[in-house]
Design a protein around this ligand. Structure first.
Ligand SMILES: Nc1nc2c(ncn2[C@@H]2O[C@H](COP(=O)(O)OP(=O)(O)O)[C@@H](O)[C@H]2O)c(=O)[nH]1
Ligand SMILES: [Mg+2]
Length: 355
């Protein structure tokens, strides 16, 4: 029925909307700026409540407002500097150098605060990857299923069951994690498929933001265990002593006692994952998350640092002004006040048809 209506409309001269076309039109007509248009796409893609809230904040103009305030502060410095340029013969400076330097430094401070928040924002927006590693039969797939809240991975007592990577998105206190269940890493398997699985496990472990190293507490530690403890020592990781429901076979490694069988210790494990990834207390969104915004604001900060230094050094006004204008151009590029076609194309490509 729907298809028939669309078909009839097209026959009478209508066409399907391009990806993001409605938002793009709102942007062209000045009803939203680029940050807000990007927030629409983020809102559509949001999986966790925190992601949605952050997108809403952007849509509301949190970042735009902060940029406007900083831009205004820069203009207040630019005006007297330009005035000094206009009256070079009098040798009169409309603003003292140290005063200008201090004023610019203040905006650098605001940018630093904003950028410090960016990692938090990016984590909320893009999430983290946690790879579950450990020797066969330690209980990796069982823990994966527990964390995923579903029996996604096959659990057996046959070592070497998991051969390919299995991933699942889970929300841990608002932070989106991609959990990766891997094949157990052990030396000397004769099975070609298992060997490839082990290779993939190693690659996944290298790419992960945080590792969950699973040990079987009911069995003595093996050389595979010690090799893994050694090789992951410098990575963000959580050491897990699984099968804590069974009598313990060792206690010399400091690992979190959990049991995939009884659910014991799972909340502590979730908290430990957040802590190891460096992302506790993510109850609030962040004003900045998007990599495009981060890159541009870093440019602005660099330009302003240069301006602060040259103003303090008593460099000619032209030098200071050039950097101040660069910073403003970067602000403008964030909000789309000075759009570049290829940037626009990239941004609106992200949308699905219409919107
Ligand atoms: N008693 C007990 N058995 C477990 C626990 N976790 C996993 N197992 C068992 O250990 C075996 C291997 O589990 P699996 O998740 O497939 O391990 P993997 O090879 O590391 O993925 C299975 O028979 C599971 O039922 C646990 O916490 N307690
Ligand atoms: Mg497994």
């Amino acid at each position: 029925m729907l298809r028939a209506i669309v078909g009839a409309a097209i026959e009478h001269g209508a066409r399907l909307a391009n990806p993001g076309e409605f938002t793009f039109r709102a942007y062209l007509s000045g009803r939203v700026d680029l940050v807000q248009a990007e927030a629409v796409a983020d809102l559509i893609d949001a999986v966790t409540p925190l992601q949605a809230r952050m997108a809403f904040d952007q849509l509301d103009g949190t970042l735009t407002t902060r940029l406007r305030d900083m831009d205004r502060a820069l203009l207040d410095i630019i005006a007297p500097l330009e005035a000094s340029l206009d009256f070079p013969d009098e040798g009169y400076h409309f603003v003292a150098r140290d005063e200008a330097s201090r004023a610019i430094g203040k905006t650098v401070g605001h940018l630093d605060v904003l950028l410090a928040d960016a990692r938090r924002g990016r984590v909320i927006r893009e999430g983290l990857t946690a790879a579950i590693v450990g020797r066969p039969n330690a209980g990796k797939s069982s823990l994966f299923n527990r964390l995923a809240g579903a029996a996604r991975a096959i659990v057996t007592d046959v070592p070497g069951t998991t051969r390919d990577l299995l991933t699942e998105r889970v929300d841990i206190e608002g932070v989106p994690f991609t959990l990766v269940d891997t094949a157990g890493v052990r030396e000397g398997t004769a099975d070609a498929i298992e060997a490839e699985g082990i290779n993939r496990a190693r690659t996944a472990a290298q790419a992960a933001d945080v590792l969950m190293v699973v040990l079987d507490r009911s069995q003595p530690l093996t050389t595979d265990d010690t090799a893994l403890l050694e090789s992951t020592g410098k990575r963000p990781r959580v050491l897990v002593a699984n099968k804590a429901d069974l009598p313990e076979a060792w206690r010399d490694v400091d690992a979190l006692p959990v049991s995939a069988a009884t659910d014991q210790g799972m909340d502590v494990l979730r908290a430990a994952l957040l802590e190891a990834a460096g992302v506790e207390h993510y109850q609030d969104g962040a004003a900045i998350a998007n990599q495009r915004h981060v890159a541009l604001l870093e440019q602005a900060r660099d330009a302003l640092s240069r301006a602060t230094a040259s103003a303090a050094d008593g460099a000619p006004e032209e030098f200071v002004l050039a950097d101040l204008h660069d910073a403003r151009a970067a602000f403008d590029a964030v909000t789309g006040a000075r759009p570049q076609d290829e940037v626009l194309a990239l941004i609106f490509e992200r949308f699905c048809i219409g919107k």
